[in-house]
Design a binder for this molecule. Structure first.
Ligand SMILES: Cc1ncc(COP(=O)(O)O)c(C=O)c1O
Length: 429
């Protein structure tokens, strides 16, 4: 009799046969259940989740208050479309986000379903407001996979490969990161060269930047650079868009990383952990700018779905000062564990960095990249990780409800996975 394949392998086989290969997959496991910071696969194996659905599960898997809010709203109604009739959860969420977005200016909020939609709509709004076409985005930045968002994304393979031509009038500037030779001064000079050479300020509608690079490797933007962008945008009438889709909603110890910078953006995009796993995104911005598009210019059938709005309102209730303090404490513990690794493998670890609980560890390049192997060894030990950057960074997006014992256990397993990969061949001077 033919041996039955395992449940994980069987789903992987069906996936390969039924879904295009272009949708990548880090872990060949079939998830059947989640709770808090843990996931279980179809074979009953338990994992400590350091990925959180790529930064979506800051409030924890199957968080009871969010599940109850979803159920209540689903029983009332699941959809009418906000372009057809109003419903309270959309308006209440807009009011909440207007209150929470950093800075004193009066705000308005547009709700959407995905991060890419949010970044695209931010640019549409900036263009409508300024009457200008140009956009400056950053190398290594990530803003989504739809065509305008992808055009702004600053990484070629695999996201942009074979998908051109891209939208015109988008120029990528270097992101300041000392480790790779881009000081704040050099990055600002490069920006000014773009203004002088390829995209004049008076043709620039928006500058879009992540306060902490997400896919690009968890690099916080130096405060001096963000301040300089704010000054240039104010001086030239350019809309400053801060993409907080990965850095927001608890990850960096507040609703928005911008709170740490003391800077008011003109528009902020948010998504991911905003709605505890439901597809929801938002553009929150200065009311005057948000009102620039004409009546009917914004929207989307599912945009601001009421079930997702109910989940977001419940998420906001959960995220109090204690929640944010916990994010800081988790970040400090993760950073400490990664710094120990850096001390053990000084020639293999290039940098430990991050903000709040958005911590990354970058490894020096080697002929065979070490991060995919560490990720695999960690999974074998029951921890799910995800790479970032050029597959040379491990990023941590652990649900912020994890307790210390579980966190420490996961960090021990990650260190042991790294030992497995690095110890036998640790690079020497
Ligand atoms: C900073 C940032 N912007 C935009 C996006 C795109 O979001 P989505 O995948 O929901 O379209 C992401 C997703 O990873 C992101 O991290």
């Amino acid at each position: 009799m033919q041996a039955l394949s395992t449940a994980n392998a069987e789903l992987a086989r069906r996936r390969a046969a039924s879904v295009p290969r272009g949708v990548g997959c880090v872990h060949p496991v079939a998830i059947v259940r989640g709770s808090g910071a843990r996931l279980w696969d179809a074979e009953g194996r338990e994992y400590i989740d350091f990925v959180g659905g790529i930064g979506v599960i800051n409030a924890g898997h199957a968080e009871p208050a969010i599940v109850a809010a979803i159920a209540r709203q689903a029983e009332a109604f699941t959809h009418v479309s906000f372009q057809v009739a109003s419903y309270e959860p959309y308006v209440a969420l807009a009011e909440a986000l207007n209150r929470l977005a950093p800075g004193p200016a009066a705000k308005k909020t547009l709700l959407l379903s995905t991060g890419a939609e949010a970044t695209e709509n931010a640019i549409k709004i900036a263009r409508a407001y300024t009457g200008r076409p140009g956009v400056i985005a950053f190398q290594h930045g990530y803003h989504g996979r739809t065509l305008l968002a992808l055009s702004m994304t600053g990484k070629n393979a695999p996201y942009k490969q074979n998908f051109g031509p891209f939208c015109s009038e988008i120029v990528h500037a270097p992101f300041p990161h000392e480790l790779h030779g881009w000081s704040v001064e050099r990055a600002l000079e490069a920006l000014d060269e773009i203004f002088a050479g390829s995209l004049a300020p008076e043709r620039t509608a928006a500058i879009i930047i992540e306060p902490v690079l997400g896919e690009g490797g968890f690099v916080p933007v130096p405060p001096a650079f963000l301040r300089a962008l704010r000054e240039r945008c104010t001086r030239e009438g350019i809309v400053l868009v801060c993409d907080e889709i990965q850095s927001g909603f608890g990850r960096t110890g507040g609703f928005f990383a911008l709170e740490r910078y003391g800077i008011e953006a003109d528009l902020v995009t948010t998504a991911k952990s905003l709605a505890g796993g439901m597809p929801l995104a938002a553009v929150v911005g200065k009311a005057e700018i948000m009102d620039a598009p004409a009546l009917g210019g914004l929207g989307g059938t599912y945009a601001g779905n009421p079930v997702a709005c109910a989940a977001a309102l419940a998420t906001i209730e959960l995220m109090d000062e204690a929640f944010f303090a916990r994010a800081e404490a988790i970040g400090a513990r993760v950073r400490g564990a990664f710094e120990e690794l850096a001390a053990r493998y000084p020639h293999d670890v290039a940098e430990v960095r991050g903000l709040g609980a958005m911590i990354g560890i970058e490894f020096a390049s080697r002929e065979t990249p070490v991060v995919p192997r560490i990720v695999e060894r960690a999974r074998e030990r029951g921890v799910l990780l995800m790479p970032a950057g050029e597959n040379n960074v491990i990023r941590t997006l652990v649900p912020l409800v994890i307790d210390d014992a579980t966190l420490d256990e996961a960090l021990r397993r990650i260190a042991s996975a790294a030992d497995d990969v690095l110890a036998p061949t640790a690079t020497k001077e």
